[in-house]
Design a protein around this ligand. Structure first.
Ligand code: ADP
Ligand code: ZN
Length: 447
């Protein structure tokens, strides 16, 4: 089902007209209401009324997270706090949280775009939504909640953590849809497995997963272990929260961007130059309709590409690829740029491995060294079991040596850097407790 077909399936030329009209209006709006933007535009010699086309976008200044921090907490709001209905803050994955605000109308918009996303993911009115996103300052919990209700679902506001209780609720309420981080979906799958509950006995049919990068191999794991079709939901609090884009369950090939509200661009991370469709770079969004915190060309730091070919689901909204990582996650190891998701892609190709891994970066003298710790599966562990001492696997067994060498070779081959690979026993790598999982341990900063 398409929640708002008049927008989601709008012919693309018509969508462009709508975006251009809205861009013109929002530029005027921020110029009149936000001193920061007025100064920026004046300094760049941009008259707000001269912005009438998407081709004008590259002329507009970029807004960055630091601009929000510099105006902490409410300095970039375009309305007085008396007109604000809710305040959220980003989860602070990369530092001090940034504060965002919503008017009543912004909250309606938030619910509408999330309802669209849930429908893209396969959800329908009448279904039950088990919402494991954290409730609180983080936009995930309340965002999914309102969207689910608007779509006509019964929402169970479980929030993150307390896995034991989540399993009980999932078993007793029999929801069709779950929303969580991908890493937490795996934690839940593992709990079901340990209780001997088979995927086909789990009532879930659709999983709406996001808030952290994941890969297609992880998707396959979630699909088979929970018996669902998992789709990607993407968003960030500065732009609105979850609901910026979602994959359709029909194609599961890129997330449809709600681009009548969030105008996407991809720019070169080094030069800031706008890149053509299909090219990978940093996602930049302009909010076209938000009132409390409108942002012009907001630099997300997330790496992806955009595609606008027709989709079999009938939506015309452009699609963005899975996020490869964020520029802040990018590790520069001996001069080579490495994203954790590239390591994950290699690991995902080995049937002997679980999706549980972490990357430990340290520095010896002046050289960076990277260790990838990854858990082997229970089955593989049983085969090599006799060779195992304590938690870490002692790599005397030939099968282990071969597996380790194969992973190391593929990593070097695909990324151009050598990493030390350590195979560890099932259950030894830290799991998601409900929130975003930190897979990289960077010990270089500690020195
Ligand atoms: P924080 O920057 O503190 O994590 P948010 O809670 O607003 O703030 O999280 C937004 C960020 O989370 C995005 O910029 C992106 O890096 C990441 N993210 C959200 N959804 C996804 C997704 N589906 N895939 C990859 N990364 C995602
Ligand atoms: Zn589609």
């Amino acid at each position: 089902m398409i929640f708002e077909p008049q927008f989601e399936s709008m012919p693309r030329p018509r969508m462009r007209e709508l975006q251009e009209q809205r861009l013109h209006d929002i530029v005027r709006y921020v110029y009149e209401r936000v001193p920061f933007y007025r100064e920026q535009f004046d300094a760049a010699g941009i008259r707000p009324d001269s912005v009438c086309s998407l081709d004008d976008l590259p002329r507009l200044p970029i807004t960055r997270k630091t601009d929000l921090r510099d105006h902490y907490p409410f300095g970039l709001f375009a309305v007085p706090t008396s007109d604000v209905s809710r305040i959220h803050a980003s989860s602070g994955t990369t530092g001090k949280p940034t504060v965002v605000g919503y008017t009543r109308k912004d909250l309606d918009l938030f619910a509408r775009v999330v309802a669209r996303c849930l429908a893209m993911a396969g959800a329908e009115p009448g279904m039950i939504l088990h919402n494991s996103y954290g409730y609180g300052l983080f936009t995930g919990g309340l965002g999914l909640h309102a969207g689910g209700e608007l779509l006509g679902m019964a929402v169970v506001p479980v929030s993150g953590g307390m896995t034991e209780r989540q399993i009980t609720l999932l078993t007793d309420f029999r929801p069709e849809v779950i929303a969580s981080t991908p890493s937490y979906a795996l934690t839940l799958a593992q709990e079901f497995h340990q209780r001997g509950i088979l995927p086909e006995e789990i009532s879930l049919r659709f999983a709406v997963l996001g808030a952290e990068p994941w890969t297609d191999s992880m998707r396959r794991q979630v699909d088979t272990s929970l018996g669902v079709q998992a789709t990607n939901i993407y968003g960030l609090s500065e732009v609105i929260g979850p609901g910026v884009s979602n994959e359709c369950v029909e194609a599961r090939n890129g997330s449809h961007v709600n681009e009548d509200h969030f105008l996407p661009e991809v720019v070169d991370p080094a030069t800031g130059e706008t890149l053509p469709e299909g090219k990978e770079g940093v996602l930049v969004f302009t909010t076209l309709t938000k009132q409390a915190l409108p942002l012009i060309r907001y630099w997300t730091g997330d790496i992806a590409s955009l595609h606008s070919e027709p989709c079999r689901c009938g939506r015309t909204l452009a699609r963005m690829s899975l996020i490869k990582g964020r520029t802040d996650d990018m590790l520069i190891v001996r001069g080579v740029n490495v994203y954790p998701s590239q390591v994950e892609s290699v690991l995902g190709r080995m049937p002997e491995l679980t999706p549980h891994y972490r990357i430990i970066v340290s520095r010896e003298a002046t050289l960076d060294s990277v260790e990838v710790q990854v858990e082997v599966t229970d089955d593989f562990f049983r085969i090599v079991g006799s060779e195992v001492l304590s938690d870490d696997i002692v790599e005397t067994h030939q099968l282990l040596r071969q597996l380790r060498d194969r992973i190391a070779y593929l990593i070097k081959d695909s990324m151009g850097v050598s990493m030390q690979v350590t195979l560890v026993a099932p259950g030894t790598v830290p799991r998601s407790e409900g929130g975003k999982l930190q897979r990289v341990v960077d010990r270089r900063a500690l020195r």
